[in-house]
Design a protein around this ligand. Structure first.
Ligand code: THU
Length: 167
């Protein structure tokens, strides 16, 4: 994320700021270095428990030690009690290998059995968790959001400007 900068005007001490993010789009393809990870995310979708939404999500986390940890969304009749695939995988990864750190996460989804056309995007809560992981391990990581037609790769640190921090 780039801070484009702003000017403080003398009149009202106001500063206008612009933020820019950068990411890569892959059309009908996946990033070459993460093809196996993408396949793992696609494969695990079938293990999702999504009886309420019909939206099945798979996440595959590549740790810095080469381990791949997968997770799926787990829904619950008391809706907010469920958990997204990303957090299922990330929390398991960080609790199993607390010292290791994360290199990348691939996210894939099927909507009522159909692979999504466009990249699947993590929700705000998952982005907040990713922001914390960047901070915790002092290292950014790649987020690959899969879609049949369009896949996007972006750095985790770029996904949630103004994430919550306690100073
Ligand atoms: N979901 C995820 O697991 N990850 C996302 O990135 C978006 C949403 C889940 C939550 C819920 O079980 C279902 O998809 C529909 O929102």
């Amino acid at each position: 994320m780039f801070y484009i900068g702003g000017k403080i005007t003398k009149k009202n001490r106001m500063e206008k700021v612009e933020l820019k993010i950068d990411y890569t789009i892959y059309r009908e393809s996946y990033p070459e270095e993460y093809e196996d990870l993408c396949r793992a995310a696609l494969n695990v979708i079938k293990k999702a428990y999504c009886v309420y939404s019909g939206f099945a999500v798979g996440a595959a986390v590549l740790m810095n030690n080469g381990e791949v940890v997968c997770g799926t969304n787990q829904e619950n009749v008391a809706y907010p009690s469920g958990l997204c695939a990303e957090r299922t995988a990330l929390f398991y990864a960080c609790s199993t290998y607390p010292e290791t750190g994360i290199k990348a996460i691939a996210i894939a989804a099927r909507d009522h059995g159909m692979e999504v056309e466009d990249h699947v995007t993590p929700c705000g809560a998952c982005r907040q968790v990713m922001a914390e992981i960047v901070q915790r391990y002092k290292a950014d990581f790649d987020v690959i959001m899969l879609g049949r037609k369009r896949t996007i790769m972006i750095k985790a640190s770029q996904l949630l400007p103004f994430s919550f921090v306690m100073s």
